[in-house]
Design a protein around this ligand. Structure first.
Ligand code: SF4
Length: 105
């Protein structure tokens, strides 16, 4: 069991999981800036993933992002990861839009 899993176990169910988010104030790591290049995205998401790995609320965060069809990097997953698991965002952009269109036809 990882440190994050141990901490997650101790977050009471009745509190807002976002109060325990390790990414507070780090929005720039979790959402792509305009015209971000693939290599820069990989570097940004790798830094975000390190925060997620130590975060005590990955479970509810992941569930929120998947069910809400959210954009951005949540609980170690980007939109593409969620798309591949069947949680496609409502209006995919760029290459994701082309892939989603190909999958639908
Ligand atoms: S798992 Fe990652 S994205 Fe989710 S609240 Fe924690 S740090 Fe933020």
């Amino acid at each position: 069991m990882s440190a994050a899993e141990v901490l997650e176990f101790h977050v009471p169910r009745h509190v807002d999981w976002q109060d325990y988010a390790m990414c507070k104030g780090r929005t720039e790591l979790f959402f792509a800036p305009k015209a971000e290049r693939p290599q820069a995205r990989e570097r940004r998401e790798a830094r975000a993933a390190k925060l997620c790995a130590a975060c005590p609320v990955t479970g509810p965060c992941r569930e929120f992002a998947r069910n809400g069809r959210e954009y951005g990097f949540w609980a170690g997953e980007n939109e593409e990861d969620r798309h591949l698991l069947g949680f496609t965002v409502s209006a995919p952009i760029g290459i994701r839009a082309r892939n989603a269109g190909a999958a639908a036809s």
